[in-house]
Design a protein around this ligand. Structure first.
Ligand code: FRU
Length: 492
């Protein structure tokens, strides 16, 4: 039976969505149908179609009691909204349906595993987080009558029952199930917990897959664990990180690569790196497509940098364009899903364009575009700084600056029209390959995603600049030379 809370959420989103003109949304990045969106949930392929659910508060463009919104796509690019599927309406999730994942059962049902939040009994008591199930057909989901299926009692001693969330379920080769869940000690030191199940409904604690031991922030939210190109990979989003050479302070993301010690079910770590170097990126989740691609999505926003002046805003929060991820030379590479190629129109190519003072090129502009700039120094002369300004007009612009002597990229959106004093600048180290830097940028109205050197690094940023600011210009302090390949992205 659909609960009153879910009926109301569905009525509300259907009504409110009509107030949002389609030009006010991204063209192909999934955004909240109405109100607020955070983490991607239940990213999965079911009955030949991709499902993407999300943390959702339909009633305001602000975080509130969490529901699950829902959208589907055949190609990761064009998304179609479906009615919300979960509302906080049972004893096991009365204070919110937090993040989780989805899998197809042998009997053909789609199963969601999510975190239920139970409010503390007395004022001042902490909430409890438990794991719950719901079964569905891609449209309607019924919560399991025996929820919760995992709670504090299933945890080994000294682990917190408050920070116990975000189950990511996997189907094993032998038909059994496993899942990783975010956990931590009482003093909030992350533990990634590994559970197993033979049927998907009865779960047993198996091991602590990975331990933080004070290295990277406190709690590691939204874990995802899978095999990629022969290695074991753990993606997660650490909270409260300290700044150092690689990471920024606040909420970050991290990719741990290593080997799985199968006997003890532990990740033997070999390397760590941030997943994305931009300001707006958090809470990744992946799926494996039928043709064997590991595709990742993420919330294109970050708790520490919310530009949440939401006056007059109908929706808030969007996802990245899903990315195909691979390992090359032990490093994570990310590329926009290949399906985006079908949306590329009006190819414009320039080669060997000298860039000194401000340079604009006919046809190189737009806010829905896929642009690759290959940058090098002129044969007789060098440069130190090279800049791309985008979403530019007389009033506003954002910039991408490459400082060659420091091997540093800095993206700055302080002049993008923002009135909020949150972080607007981000720098990260990079490397040229054969004296070239390759910069691919995907612009989609309210965002820009950079893919450096064929996806060796990525950086994602939201951009709430007036849509009329659609200029792009280049400049350098010496003799830079660029090749450009530009497409308009369009669904027409
Ligand atoms: C991460 C997160 C999750 C939690 C959800 C709540 O962004 O904090 O850990 O399940 O958001 O909305």
């Amino acid at each position: 039976m659909t609960s009153q809370a879910l009926i109301e959420a569905r009525q509300y989103e259907k009504l409110k969505e009509k107030e949002i003109p389609s030009e006010e949304r991204p063209l192909f990045h999934l955004a909240a149908r109405t109100g607020w969106m955070n983490d991607p949930n239940g990213f999965s392929e079911y009955n030949g179609i991709y499902h993407l659910f999300y943390q959702y508060y339909p009633y305001k463009p602000k975080w509130g009691p969490m529901h699950w919104g829902h959208a589907v796509s055949r190609d990761f690019v064009k998304w179609e909204y479906r009615p919300a599927v979960l509302a906080p309406d049972t004893d096991a999730d009365s204070a919110g349906c937090f993040s989780g994942s989805a899998v197809t059962l042998d009997d053909g049902r789609h199963m969601i595993m999510y975190t239920g939040v139970i409010a503390g009994k007395e004022p001042g008591d902490k909430d409890m987080q438990v794991q719950c199930l719901a079964f569905g057909d891609g449209e309607e989901y019924v919560k399991y009558e025996h929820n919760p299926i995992l709670c504090a009692e299933n945890l080994p001693g000294h682990l917190s029952s408050f920070d116990f969330r975000d189950p990511k379920i996997n189907r094993e080769a032998d038909g059994t199930y496993s899942c990783v869940v975010c956990g931590c000690t009482e003093d909030r030191d992350a533990r990634i917990l590994y559970f197993t199940s033979s049927n998907g409904t009865d779960w047993k604690f198996r091991s602590v897959l990975a331990e933080n031991n004070g290295r990277f922030g406190t709690v590691w939210e939204c874990p995802d664990f899978f095999e990629l190109d022969g290695k074991a990979v753990l993606l997660c989003s650490p909270m409260e990180m300290l700044k150092d050479e690689k990471y920024y302070s606040g909420n970050g993301t991290m990719c741990l690569i290593g080997e799985l010690d199968r006997e003890n079910c532990r990740l033997v770590e070999e390397s760590d790196s941030p997943i994305d170097c931009g300001i707006d990126f958090y809470a990744t989740q992946t799926l494996l497509t039928d043709d064997g691609r590991r595709v990742m999505t993420a919330w294109m926003q970050n708790w520490d940098a919310l530009q949440n002046d939401t006056t007059g805003v109908h929706w808030f929060g969007q996802m990245i364009l899903p990315r195909e991820i691979t390992l090359r030379d032990g490093k994570l590479y990310q590329q926009p899903v290949r399906e985006i190629l079908a949306y590329r129109k009006d190819r414009i190519v320039y080669q060997n364009v000298p860039v000194k003072e401000r340079t604009e090129l006919v046809g190189i502009n737009g806010r829905t575009a896929d642009i690759t700039v290959t940058l090098r120094a002129a044969e007789h002369g060098a440069y130190n700084e090279f800049e791309i300004r985008f979403a530019e007009n007389n009033e506003y612009y954002s910039s991408f600056v490459y400082n060659r002597s420091q091997s540093l990229i800095t993206v700055d959106r302080s002049l993008s029209g923002t009135r909020k004093a949150v972080v607007h600048t981000r720098s990260f180290h990079t490397a040229e390959h054969e004296n070239e830097l390759k910069i691919r940028m995907i612009l989609d109205r309210c965002s820009v995603e950079f893919f450096i050197n064929d996806g060796e690094q990525t950086a994602s940023f939201t951009l709430y600049t007036d849509m009329k600011a659609d200029g792009i210009s280049f400049r350098s302090d010496g003799n830079a030379v660029i090749d450009i390949e530009k497409y308009t992205l369009s669904d027409k």
